[in-house]
Design a protein around this ligand. Structure first.
Ligand code: F6P
Length: 463
């Protein structure tokens, strides 16, 4: 069957939608996000494209419906699925483990059991709708068993899997009591993709060992099948950020925001989900010390920290929130004035236009996760700097650091190093800012989200 006729099914924990309730009626609209900007154009161009995922609220799922030319199939998660599969196994076992176990992972057999059940539910939703020889692209750590389940039920399918978060080193992966089942699940795919060479290497060195497979270069032979593995870093919708930032409205909004902040001469910006992997606490400590040591002038410097609420039923997320908010209070208590805060902290997500304005006005973007699959915020900042100005301070342990080599790279555990990087960024001459920003912008433009999706699918359909 020629490739262009294959039906495409995308399977991800979340559907690319958000519910809007008006006058007591709920409707769904597309929620702009990394994955949907990558896959939307490819899916709308292929008749019959289907996205299987959770609509985001516990309880009954809405009936399947069409949105922007894509057939959406909601999978129901009841409150105990959310507790055990999503908050439990996905976000309290796999999430910390795969992020280098920077926070201890919890292992509970009933969480694992529910992870299996929910993965089966997603797999069945695919099988019920997949045409013969369809292409199925499964996403991320919540659904690692789905490729293997699909392979057993429907050997005709072409199956791809992409891991958006890191895959840990072998010693860490080996701690997982269900490592063999997870490895087998992933090896059900024809093509498995990773963000960086390091995480691809970790996979190739862990997975064959736990399930008697052999590795030959980029191919893992498992039983009678070959599984291709690839490094395939995700991008962003460059034009959306670049065009948005070029619009006069963005410049006007940036000016207003700057005035509202008390017209500081240096604005530092952090934009993160409020997650303990993001290093927000260390970043705040570094900033506090820089103000205390007068290496940054409290009268002319402001840090804006956007912390998008996330996974708030998981204890560790509440703990990091308390830590971050305490630090913000200390810094403002020490250095804020009636006219100008030292830190503006918002525990809210920001609309696109506000984000663009913030990127435009930030002299220094501080992205310091302890571990991160990619970090799209770093790429968004670069795309929004249409003036080729601004400096990106970027953790070595974010996938983006493998591509954005002209950023000021830092070890986020090294507070003195982070302080030095922020200080250097805040005082960097404009010519050096441009010479670093230009190549990064070229790279982010060239390796866009759309290019990422098209080339992964092309490779999958060639396997
Ligand atoms: O980075 C992994 C990821 O699952 C992203 O795909 C997603 O945007 C983010 O984490 C938020 O996850 P959640 O679905 O748990 O809110």
């Amino acid at each position: 069957m020629p490739d262009r006729q294959r039906q495409l099914l995308v399977v991800a924990n979340r559907l690319p939608i958000r519910a809007v309730t008006e006058h007591g009626e709920t409707r769904y609209e597309t929620s702009p996000g990394g994955l949907v900007s990558a896959l939307g154009p490819v899916m709308s161009a292929r008749p019959g494209s289907t996205w299987v995922g959770w609509a985001g609220a516990p309880g009954d799922a809405p009936a399947p419906f069409e949105l922007d030319g894509v057939h959406l199939v909601p999978v129901a998660l009841d409150p105990s699925d959310v507790e055990d599969y999503y908050e439990g196994f996905s976000n309290s076992t796999l999430w910390p483990l795969y992020h280098d176990a920077i926070s201890p992972a919890d292992y509970h057999r009933h969480w694992w059991d529910r992870y299996v059940v929910v993965n089966q539910r997603f797999a069945h939703a695919v099988v019920d709708r997949a045409e013969i020889d369809a292409t199925v692209w499964v996403h991320d750590y919540q659904l690692q068993l789905v490729p293997g389940m699909l392979r057993e039920m429907r050997p005709d399918l072409r199956i791809g899997f992409f891991l958006h978060i890191p895959f840990p080193a072998r010693e860490i992966f080996m701690r997982l009591p269900w490592r063999r089942q997870v490895a087998k699940g992933l090896l059900g795919a024809d093509l498995v993709g990773f963000q960086t060479r390091t995480t691809l290497h970790n996979f190739r060195h862990s997975v064959p060992r736990v399930c008697d497979a052999t590795t030959h270069g980029s191919v893992i032979t498992y039983g009678s099948r070959d599984v291709a593995t690839v490094r395939h870093p995700i991008g962003i919708d460059f034009d959306r950020f670049s065009d948005g930032a070029s619009a006069p409205a963005a410049a006007e909004r940036a000016e207003t925001l700057l005035e509202n902040l008390g017209s500081p001469t240096t604005v530092l910006l952090g934009v993160d989900r409020l997650d303990y992997t993001k290093g927000i606490d260390r970043r705040l400590r570094a900033y506090h010390e820089l103000l205390q040591e007068r290496r940054l002038d409290p009268e002319t410097t402001t840090l804006v920290q956007i912390a998008e609420p996330s996974r708030s039923n998981v204890n560790r997320y509440n703990e990091i929130r308390v830590t971050v908010e305490q630090l913000v209070g200390e810094i403002n208590g020490d250095f804020g004035t009636m006219d100008k805060p030292a830190v503006v902290y918002l525990h809210q997500s920001q609309p696109f236009d506000e984000l663009i304005a913030l990127y435009r006005l930030a002299d220094v973007m501080v992205v310091t996760p302890f571990r991160d699959g990619m970090n799209l915020v770093a790429k968004e900042y670069v795309a929004a700097r249409v003036d080729n100005r601004g400096v990106l301070v970027l953790s070595e342990f974010a996938g983006a650091a493998h591509q954005l080599r002209q950023a000021v790279l830092v070890n986020p555990y090294d507070i003195d190093g982070v302080k030095g990087a922020i200080e250097a960024a805040a005082t960097m001459p404009p010519a050096e800012q441009s010479s670093r920003m230009r190549p990064m912008r070229r790279l982010v433009r060239r390796t866009s989200a759309q290019q990422w999706a098209t080339s992964f699918l092309a490779e999958l359909e060639r396997t």
